[in-house]
Design a protein around this ligand. Structure first.
Ligand SMILES: CC(C)(COP(=O)(O)OP(=O)(O)OC[C@H]1O[C@@H](n2cnc3c(N)ncnc32)[C@H](O)[C@@H]1OP(=O)(O)O)[C@@H](O)C(=O)NCCC(=O)NCCS
Length: 86
């Protein structure tokens, strides 16, 4: 399983770069590395990130509590599949 992480510089957010970067990384990376599935973890309260993942073609959100960025917290696991590509 492969995981994608992402962060956009604060003064460059809300311009579509996050969406563009995630779509480009998945649609290029999946065939390049023979992946059919990529997962993304995001803090459940991070609604901007969650909406961006859904717009980028991620689905099947599952909420779990686990250690994330050093703290036990509610996180959502999203999955992107090659066939779901936007
Ligand atoms: C999550 C993150 C990567 C999103 O990056 P981004 O570049 O701001 O994402 P986008 O611009 O694609 O989308 C964000 C919002 O901007 C809006 N937007 C995009 N282009 C826009 C534009 N030209 N004008 C106005 N709004 C715009 C989108 O519609 C979206 O709105 P919504 O949240 O109401 O749905 C960024 O907020 C970030 O780096 N956060 C800190 C790190 C983080 O949380 N990482 C998540 C994994 S742990």
């Amino acid at each position: 399983m492969s995981e994608i992480s992402y962060a956009i510089a604060e003064d460059s957010r809300r311009r579509g770069y996050g969406h563009e970067a995630v779509v480009a990384a998945c649609s290029w990376g999946a065939p390049a590395f023979g992946l059919t599935k990529i997962v993304a973890l995001t803090w459940s309260a991070n609604l901007v990130s969650r909406r961006m993942l859904v717009r980028a073609g991620f689905s099947d959100s599952v909420e779990v509590t686990q250690r994330f960025q050093g703290v036990d917290q509610a996180v959502c696991l999203y999955t992107w599949r090659l066939l779901d590509a936007p």
